[in-house]
Design a protein around this ligand. Sequence first.
Ligand code: BGC
Ligand code: BGC
Length: 667
Amino acid sequence: MRKPVTADLLRCSIVSILGVGLLAGCEQKREAVVQPASTEAAKPAPVAWPRIASEVKSDPRIEARIADILAKMTLEQKIAQMVQPEIRDVTPEDMRKYHFGSILNGGGAYPGNKRNASVADWVALADRFYAASMDTSLNNVAIPMIWGTDAVHGHNNVIGATLFPHNIALGATRDADLIEKIGEITAKEVSVTGIDWTFAPTLAVVRDDHWGRTYEGYSEDPEIVRNFAGRMVRGLQGAAGTATFLDTSHIVATAKHFIGDGGTDHGVDRGNTAVSEQQLLDIHGQGYITALTAGAQTVMVSYNMWQGLKLHGQQYLLNDVLKQQMGFDGLLVTDWDGIDEVQGCSKDKCPQAINAGIDLFMVPTQWKSFIVNTLEQVNAGDIPVSRIDDAVTRILRVKLRAGLFEKGKPSSRPLSGKRELLGNPAHREVARQAVRESLVLLKNRNNLLPLKRGINVLVAGDGADNIGKQSGGWTITWQGTDTTNAEFPGATSIFAGIRKTVTAAGGTATLSVDGSFTGKPDAAIVVFGENPYAEWHGNIKSLDYQGADGADAALLKKLKDAGIPVVAVFLTGRPLWINPELNASDAFVVAWWPGTEGGGVAEVLFRDEQDAVKQDFVGKLSYSWPRHADQSPLNRNDASYDPLFPYGYGLTYADKATADAADAPIP
Ligand code: BGC
Ligand code: BGC
């Protein structure tokens, strides 16, 4: 695993040994040591962060119960309540002994390390951890644990789940009602496995597409993020103030990553976001306004820095802004080993982060020494007991609001173990709708699309029949790589959707990854694009997809030169420079990473039985598309804005005038 801080520190110390002026990123590390130690010491806010009127109201009965529980807890149990180990590094017996507040499964973590774990396996493991958390044989108070998972485009760690298009694709739909439905379905499928909490939605406003997490953001612009955030939270948690709120079909949501994750210089994951405080609010803070209004019960702290200081140590933003000024009364969780990023901290030691206002600590592996160290720090007076009490109060508040004290053991809950709900047809239909609505048509020369159904079509490209590739990162594995189609029972590849459509009308679909053919087809559909990645693994230095002589452009050209009309379907986690591929195709469709329901693509590309348009394109870019490979950052409302396709672009079948797009420049 990468160790960004260590590498940076090394770089910074070399710089200071050489006596060279400060490198970017070095100065702030030094400043991090002198972060204000108390709220009083923090400078007054020059920016007015809005006070959020959460739809989840404070409940005196809950507050009384919290006080009652808190009074019975020892300091040891309180600290353990603030700890979240990962299932690969903790056992139910550890839970019985320590009574952690929470556990998580990271990307690519499954019960018993079995990738093909069944629904029953997930529920059984949840039961074991739950029972251990409720065990009082060590004279502790019984407090149900809460299990968190990254269900970021559906319940993506679980075989057989419905996987939705990634957020970048959802941004193109502009459809907030759909977002809420996706949240509801995700909550149901997570509930089937006995899990209580998802680390979603990501509210990053992505300003530089070099970032490896670009696809996790709905848009480069705060408008869509703001419109979607609250709706996704409502879908996941249920509507606050109604009987559905955090009932047994809903789960706790996380607004993440607070704050400025999408604003780092050059899009470097975990880098520095240098914007002013006003921009932090106006650009990166907008999603939090609606997410917290809808009552998001948890917020995850971001790995990045703001103005040179790691967020995990930023008392001003975490405590003063989020908790005090905005009035967030839920729990703040670290990111995975996020404390390790703070100057002077390590994976198992970070009083700065506790004092900065973080309540729950995702210390996946080093939880044991973290507990020992934190206990010592409290005893030494480095962390006030009042801060510990506040953290535990917030954790208990979320658990009580989520009904965890009443829901009983995971297997006893109504949706638990209902295998038939995972990837069920109604859920997949909503995912297919999301696929249809998220497709963006960039070019349609001679109105090639929509294609007639009964034709003979050649389907080429390495993305055509590859469900892992079409699903992107955070898919079964953390990176989304190394999967096989067999691991997606019930899913449909893009090719399978095309084949079903054309064969039903008497046509044929031939899969040929390299585009070779014997009889000349009526048309070719080439599905290609980025291979999956997650987090910093996806950081890039240039937006160039494959260069002027790339293999996919060559494949497109080969077909075109053979006189075959060519439709390009581009799978991607971000806008890239694809002018060679664009020029070599007659029609060009951006499908993003659509997830398991690849059938949605054919539903738009082909006509209906009567040869009329079946479903028009509605997708519009929520990210600006670059004209040059070095054109990032590139965002709507930039002073000199010159994209190849602007924010909001997306052709429809009615757009005859622009459909015959001019060739794109290749320098
Ligand atoms: C990611 C988070 C994620 C967490 C748990 C981190 O590396 O940044 O988005 O929720 O891991 O898997
Ligand atoms: C986990 C991910 C996590 C990542 C962060 C991986 O091992 O499975 O969930 O986000 O580490 O470093």
